[in-house]
Design a binder for this molecule. Structure first.
Ligand code: SF4
Length: 293
């Protein structure tokens, strides 16, 4: 059947876009069929990948679409949310599919954090497993209105299996108190759950493999606001390429919630003069949460 030239060009552009993101596996759900059945793996390696790497096959949780906010949705005391570029970049786009949204456990009945943790198991899905002591899944109120997302565990977090427990965590605790909340009120996670060697920035394939679990956690919690702490969180959750300095303090739509970009507390420890700016951003968080829809 001849393919419409415009459609062919659109498909080619999409495929190129996904290839640049490192995504080369596509599937098509036939109309009217509820579930995609993966073909039986033809060799043991493929069977292992399907078992171990759900993110590359069927379990990519759909990160909420970033949409331009409706004016009436934005509280008056809160700066208007920014619309992201027309083309969604970064890992956020992983959840898109050329034909339909990918199947996700969260699309049926809502998942609980316990179910997601059980699914993660003794995860060996990426190379970070080799150097970790403990998986840092996330911690906090499973019904939190406010979720913080950082980059990845450091040495203290790796030891204790808890997020933000080192010096950066102490600063985060103070900032949480500054906005009149307690640490137990919020939920805290990271884009990767195992410590990168030498505290390096997580690499793209590591984030691609791990972040679907974070998306599922956020979907399970259903917060009103997701605070992205630092560039990796902003890039992963919002798909934005802009530097954190440029977009910090701005609100974005994150599905039916909002997201705020700001500095990672560890950056402030190295640049204490910037703490004032971080406090300004936390003041925006306080106002946002105080303004009932
Ligand atoms: S970083 Fe995430 S995907 Fe990689 S091994 Fe740890 S839990 Fe698994």
């Amino acid at each position: 059947m001849p393919v419409d030239e415009r459609l062919r060009q659109q498909l080619a552009a999409w495929l190129e876009f996904y290839r640049e993101l490192g995504i080369e596996d596509f599937y098509r759900r036939p109309p009217g069929v509820g579930e995609v059945r993966q073909p039986a793996p033809s060799n043991p390696r493929e069977a292992r990948l399907q078992k171990e790497e759900p993110a590359r096959h069927t379990e990519v949780a759909a990160a909420p679409a970033i949409t331009k906010p409706k004016p009436e949705e934005t509280a008056q005391s809160v700066p208007p949310a920014q619309a992201t570029p027309a083309i969604i970049g970064g890992l956020h786009a992983r959840s898109l599919n050329l034909f339909e949204a990918p199947p996700s456990p969260a699309r049926g009945k809502p998942e609980s954090l316990e179910e997601i943790r059980a699914d993660l198991g003794d995860c060996q899905r990426c190379r970070l497993a080799a150097g970790r002591k403990m998986i840092v899944f996330g911690q906090g109120n499973p019904h939190a209105e406010l979720v913080f997302v950082g980059e990845g565990p450091g040495a203290d977090e790796d030891e204790q299996g808890l997020p933000f427990v080192g010096r950066a965590g102490q600063l985060l605790n103070r900032l949480i108190q500054f906005i009149g909340m307690k640490r137990e009120d919020v939920y805290i996670g990271n884009v990767v759950k195992c410590r990168p060697p030498g505290n390096r920035t997580p690499e793209r394939d590591e984030i691609e493999t791990c972040s679907p679990f974070l998306f599922r956690q956020i979907e399970a919690i259903r917060p009103r606001l997701v605070c992205c702490l630092g560039a990796p969180a902003v890039h992963t959750l919002l798909g934005l390429k802009e530097g954190i300095t440029k977009i910090r303090g701005q609100f974005f739509d994150y599905g039916s919630a909002k997201a705020l970009a700001t500095f990672h507390p560890a950056y402030i420890l190295r640049n204490p003069r910037e703490e004032k700016i971080l406090r300004e951003d936390f003041e925006k968080i306080r106002k946002f949460l105080a303004a009932r829809p």
